[in-house]
Design a protein around this ligand. Structure first.
Ligand code: 3PG
Length: 307
């Protein structure tokens, strides 16, 4: 059996070593394809793979067609919007994610971006503090919960909205549950996005919603760029010079944001919320273990596509 690690944005070496150990201990072979750039290289590498570990790498019908022996794809991470689930099911391929394994890393970066924004991008001028500010956590999943935990240390007043998580679960963490996204944005000085990119959420962070934020509002996005209605956010930030947008997922309109919103917009060049050795080790080794469990025992825990 051959397990391919196909990561255009590579894991830390220590994580790859850990993945190799798991795979080889199970008697399988590990192949590594990093920084491949072009899809053609991925198509070639998947040809004899029985299992694939990926990050944000695109697994579409063409890749699945090329992977004739493929049985399982594990997205080492949370969001699996990069995998065509229907095509995987049609190809009889199991798709899993590794929920929770990289969520602390993403949550810590959200605070890195928040501090950078309230300290005026570290430009030496007098900024403000997070303590006492109202923080809105948009979606209370694994990352949202870590954000709440860290926000307590900062002394923030914490609110959350999640369409699927029961109010009792949110409030058990000492977080105020609000009834709608609208209420969250109207209430909070800072909103941190932790929603997945789905048909319902794409473009949903728009003028009407973000426009509800109080004066000096800060939007932090470590989720997905697709959830932002970029044209409307640009329009809103043109109308309101007090709003700031910080992200580690570069918008399609990055150049426009840069040109128009100097000092109140920042994006990292690459998505880097989960780019820590710890997150790579946790998610990578979990992915390797899930593959071994699936191939040896048929374990389908964390399967995200239909059979
Ligand atoms: C995730 O969905 O797990 C995060 O967005 C991290 O993605 P990455 O593995 O591409 O950094």
């Amino acid at each position: 059996m051959k397990v391919l690690v196909a990561t255009d944005k590579p894991f830390a070496k220590v994580a790859v070593d850990g993945i190799r150990k798991e795979i080889e201990a199970a008697g399988y072979e590990l192949a590594l394809l990093e920084k491949y750039g072009e899809k053609a290289k991925l198509l070639e590498a998947v040809a004899d793979a029985d299992a694939i570990i990926i990050r944000s790498d695109i697994i579409d019908a063409e890749v699945l067609d090329a992977a004739k022996q493929l049985k399982i794809v594990v997205r080492a991470g949370a969001g699996y919007d990069n995998v065509d689930l229907e095509a995987a099911t049609a190809h009889n391929v199991c798709v899993m994610n590794t929920p929770g394994q990289n969520s602390n890393a993403v949550a810590e970066l959200a605070f890195g971006l928040m501090v950078m924004a309230v300290r005026n991008m570290y430009n030496g001028t007098s900024g403000s503090e997070l303590k006492g500010k109202k923080l809105g956590i948009h979606a209370y999943g694994n990352v949202g919960r870590n954000v709440a935990r860290i926000a307590k240390g900062f002394g923030m007043d914490i609110y959350a909205y999640d369409a699927f998580c029961p109010k009792e679960v949110i409030e058990a963490d000492g977080v105020k549950s609000v009834a709608s996204a609208e209420e969250l944005y109207s209430t909070c000085d800072v909103v941190s996005l932790h929603i997945p990119a789905t048909a319902e959420t794409k473009n949903s962070i728009n003028h009407a919603l973000v426009g509800r934020m109080p004066k000096g509002g800060l939007l932090v996005n470590t989720a997905r760029k697709e959830v932002i209605n970029e044209a409307e956010l640009i329009q809103l930030m043109e109308e309101r010079a007090d709003l700031k947008y910080m992200t580690d997922i570069m918008p399609a309109a990055h150049e426009t944001f840069m040109a128009k919103f100097a000092g109140r917009y920042f994006s990292t060049p690459k998505k880097m919320g989960a780019q820590t050795a710890e997150a790579n080790i946790n998610a990578g080794i979990a992915a390797a273990k899930q593959i071994v469990g699936f191939l040896k025992d048929g374990c389908e825990k964390f399967r995200v596509n239909k059979k």
